[in-house]
Design a protein. Sequence first.
Length: 278
Amino acid sequence: MSRLDQLGVAARLTLPRRQGAGLASAIAAPPPPTGPSQVSGVVWPQTLATERLLMRPLQVSDRREFLRAVRESRDAAARFMPLLLPNESEHDAFSRQLAQREAGDLTGRDWRRIAVDRTGRIVGGFNVNDIRRGLENRGEITLWVHPGVAGRGLATEGLAALVEMALAPLVPRAAGEQSRAARGGLGLTCVRGLISPDNAASIRLVKRLGFVLEPASAPIELILGGAAAPHDEYVRYATPLDEAASRVVRTLHELPAFMRRDIRKVLRLESASNLRVF
């Protein structure tokens, strides 16, 4: 499956939080990282639990278990979601993943987590990468799942929770400090997944879960295994209003530069006065 082993985004699925909390307490997760869990004045979610999975930050102490999971999964994931870069060793891959997780938490640009089952074994990874905030708040979902648990619905279960969290509002820092029960999200208005046209299983999954194929103004190519591979973009919006706003933003981006400058001038004029132009 594409850069999403099985990218799936739940249309506001309501997950069994009570059961998830039980799993979180049943699994002995390591202490949270020392890096900031609060980004730009808001609470940055550290963990995410479902009925059968706990998504948590990768730690230095996870090296042996991570290497086992990657060693057993690399061949199955190689076509659509390579776990290793070209000529990269498994140990180097662990160091890279650890650094990316830490940098993502520090900057608020990536939410990268491993997934462990009830026994504490690593069975995959769930990520929201390249988070961008502005006129629209977007992120790209990627994941991989251990082939030994394929067919059990764990990818769908994990992604349903991941997307619900990604599209949930941010929690202000003060609220998070006042209540440990405050569970915010990433505050995104849409999430996307890039899927190879040959990845029929992922395409069926995302369509079933409410993703729509986004018309591309230019071909999208990803480098997989050292070679460029075409991908399609599938998007899930938080609300219909977010989708409409995204269409407007994309239309504006496709205008010539001089037209965008004129529009910005008009909007600044409208903002500085009571003149209504639009």
